[in-house]
Ligand binder design. Sequence first.
Ligand code: ADP
Ligand code: TRP
Length: 333
Amino acid sequence: MNLTDKTILSGITPSGRLHLGNYFGAMRQHLQMHKEGDAFYFIANYHSLTALADGEQVRENSLHIALDYLALGLDPDRSTFFLQSDVPQVTELAWILGTQCPVSLMEKGVAYKDKVASGLSPNIGLFTYPILQAADILIYDSDLVPVGADQKQNLEICRDLAGKLNRVYGDELLKLPEPWIVKEVAVVPGLDGRKMSKSYDNTIGIFEEGKALKKRVMAIETDSTPLEEPKDPESCNVFALIRLFAEEDELKEIADNYRNGGYGYGDAKKDLLAMINRTFAEARERRKELAKHPDDVMDILRQGGRKARFRAEMVMERVRSATGILSTMKRDS
Ligand code: ADP
Ligand code: TRP
């Protein structure tokens, strides 16, 4: 698809340190797409409050995510990179969307249902999380939303809500976005073979290094086939991760090593470690440099925020006018 005239938008929740699952499942795609279209990427700090009520932590995570994205190559001159909270129009639109949203639509939310099923008492923020996410998308007239497969339902809800508002207030009010589900990587496995996720404490962080990284890689669970015996690469967690990093010929060579025997899981882990280091070495150095200048990072986010606000205000004016919400003063943009 030609992305030149498309507004691409995605959000990243600052809920902890980024791991290989986040990188291959979402970030890598973000970084590729931002070279081609008009990309808006934001740090979803309001969303993070539904799961984390610790101001210091939320602040810190937000800055970390900004550093991670910039270090990995997000170019702020080519894309609009900003904080969700710098665009107040988002929460304004979320309220209006909520007035047209059937409660039953939110009750179908997977994240919400999971929480209820696990016996926890969900907060209203988690219940209405998809409405805020819909506002994030609709406020910029977004065309494409690159996300991992787990976000599919939230995008369907977004399209439902936009359709509903258009039926009530006029066809042209909100632009319906297309999901762009990252398909190449279904699920990145964690140290224990389950989906890599911070909630399972089975992650390998993108910016982990040295002894800490080695310890994580060495902790990947394998079976106990002895070193000299042939092994099946397809059923091995280490190989599943190697597959993400290796060039084609390297991958073939390692798969042959597995099948031939005489190549132990320890060898595979060493190979994986070298690949992780090779892939992220440059980004790690860049991150250390950036971290020395937090004010520059804030400046980048401020500039992005201004641009995002300007676009958001145009859409919000349309929405206020259609819904009859009077405004006696100009909103700064
Ligand atoms: P976590 O499961 O660690 O809480 P998030 O839910 O914050 O991760 O995920 C953020 C993004 O990264 C999502 O778009 C999701 O699709 C992607 N992602 C997270 N973990 C994985 C994984 N193990 N494999 C593929 N994609 C993942
Ligand atoms: N819910 C998304 C996630 O957990 C983050 C997000 C918030 C988002 N608002 C968004 C993604 C808007 C795409 C578009 O990964």
